[in-house]
Design a protein around this ligand. Structure first.
Ligand SMILES: C[S@@+](CC[C@H](N)C(=O)[O-])C[C@H]1O[C@@H](n2cnc3c(N)ncnc32)[C@H](O)[C@@H]1O
Length: 273
C-alpha cells in the first residue's frame, strides 16, 4: 500500500491544487442530492469531502482513509462527520449504509482494487451509486505527465504511475465489472490549473508526497537538479496553464435479489444484496 505519511499542507500544495477543482466536477458527475447519505473512500485531507458536505450537509457524509495525518485533518476541518481510519478493502460499515460511495484518485493506490470496489458496492444500498476516478497517467494526460516524462528521459527504468490500476482508458470499467457492479458508465473529467512560475509547479515535488515525491526524495542533489532542469525544458515558459484529465466511472450496486459477487467471497461478512 502507498502510505501518505505527509501533512495535509504538503498534500494540498502537491496534489490538492489539482484534486480540489477535480472534486467539484466529480461531485457533479455523481449527482449527489440532498437527502442522500454518502461515503468518501480515501478522502485524503478532504478535497471531495468538502464538496459533499457543501451539497449534503455534514450529517450526511462519512469518510475514511488509512493515513493518520489526513484523518486528523478531516476531523479538525469537519468535526461533525463520521471520519474513520481504514482501507477500502475492509470498510467498517454495514451493508447498504450509503446511497452513494465515491473514491477520488484512490483506486490506483488500493492493494486490491477489485476487492476495494466490491467493498464500496457492499456498503452501498442496492441500486445505489459507486463512482471512482484516477488520473490518466498511462495516456500522459494526468497532472504529473511532465514530471514522469522527465524522470523517464533521465532514468528509463523508473516505474512511474502509468501501470497502476485505473490509470489507463477503460481499466476502471474493467475493475468495476470484476467487482460485480452494474450499468457501468466510463468517462473522463479535465481540470485546468495556472502556474505563475516554474518554481510554483516544481517545489511541491520536493515535499515527499505520493510516488512522485518518494522518487524525488531518494535522488542526490545533482540528480534532483538534473530532473528539475529537464522538467523546466519540457514545460511551457511561465506563466503556463496545465490541463489534467482523470478517467472516471459511474456504476451501480447490485439490485436486490441478484447473486453476490464471487470476488467478495471471504472478504466481507455478508453480501445479501
Ligand atoms: C491521491 S490521494 C487522494 C485523496 C483525496 N481523495 C483527493 O482527491 O484529494 C490518495 C488517497 O488514498 C488513500 N489510500 C491509499 N490506499 C488506500 C486504500 N487501500 N483504501 C483507501 N484509501 C487509500 C491515501 O491515504 C490517500 O489519502
Amino acid at each position: 500500500m502507498v502510505v501518505f505519511n505527509v501533512g495535509a499542507d504538503s498534500y494540498a500544495r502537491f496534489m490538492g491544487r489539482f484534486s480540489e477543482p477535480l472534486a467539484g466536477q466529480f461531485a457533479e458527475l455523481a449527482d449527489v442530492r440532498a437527502g442522500q447519505r454518502v461515503l468518501d473512500v480515501g478522502c485524503g485531507p478532504g478535497a471531495l469531502t468538502a464538496q459533499l458536505v457543501l451539497r449534503l450537509g455534514s450529517g450526511a457524509v462519512a469518510a475514511i482513509d488509512p493515513s493518520a495525518s489526513f484523518v486528523a485533518a478531516v476531523r479538525a476541518r469537519f468535526p461533525e462527520i463520521d471520519i474513520q481510519r481504514g482501507v477500502a478493502e475492509r470498510l467498517p460499515f454495514a451493508d447498504g449504509s450509503f446511497d452513494a460511495t465515491l473514491a477520488q484518485l484512490v483506486v490506483h493506490f488500493m492493494t486490491d482494487p477489485v476487492a476495494g470496489l466490491a467493498e464500496m458496492a457492499r456498503v452501498t444500498r442496492p441500486g445505489g451509486l459507486v463512482a471512482a476516478c484516477v488520473w490518466d497517467h498511462a495516456g500522459g494526460a494526468g497532472p504529473l505527465a511532465a514530471f514522469w516524462q522527465a524522470v523517464h528521459d533521465l532514468d528509463p527504468g523508473a516505474l512511474g504511475e502509468a501501470g497502476l490500476a485505473g490509470a489507463r482508458e477503460g481499466h476502471l470499467a474493467e475493475l468495476c465489472e470484476a467487482a460485480g457492479l452494474h450499468h457501468i458508465e466510463p468517462g473522463s473529467l479535465t481540470v485546468e490549473i495556472r502556474f505563475a512560475a516554474f518554481a510554483d509547479w516544481w517545489e511541491p515535488f520536493t515535499l515527499g508526497v505520493g510516488p512522485a515525491g518518494a522518487y524525488v526524495s531518494q535522488l542526490d542533489q545533482a540528480q534532483r537538479e538534473a530532473l528539475r532542469a529537464r522538467c523546466a525544458d519540457l514545460l511551457p515558459p511561465a506563466p503556463f496553464q496545465l490541463a489534467a484529465t482523470a478517467w472516471c466511472v459511474r456504476a451501480y450496486a447490485k439490485p436486490a435479489g441478484t447473486a453476490p459477487s464471487p470476488w467478495a467471497d471471504g472478504l466481507v461478512p455478508s453480501l445479501d444484496h
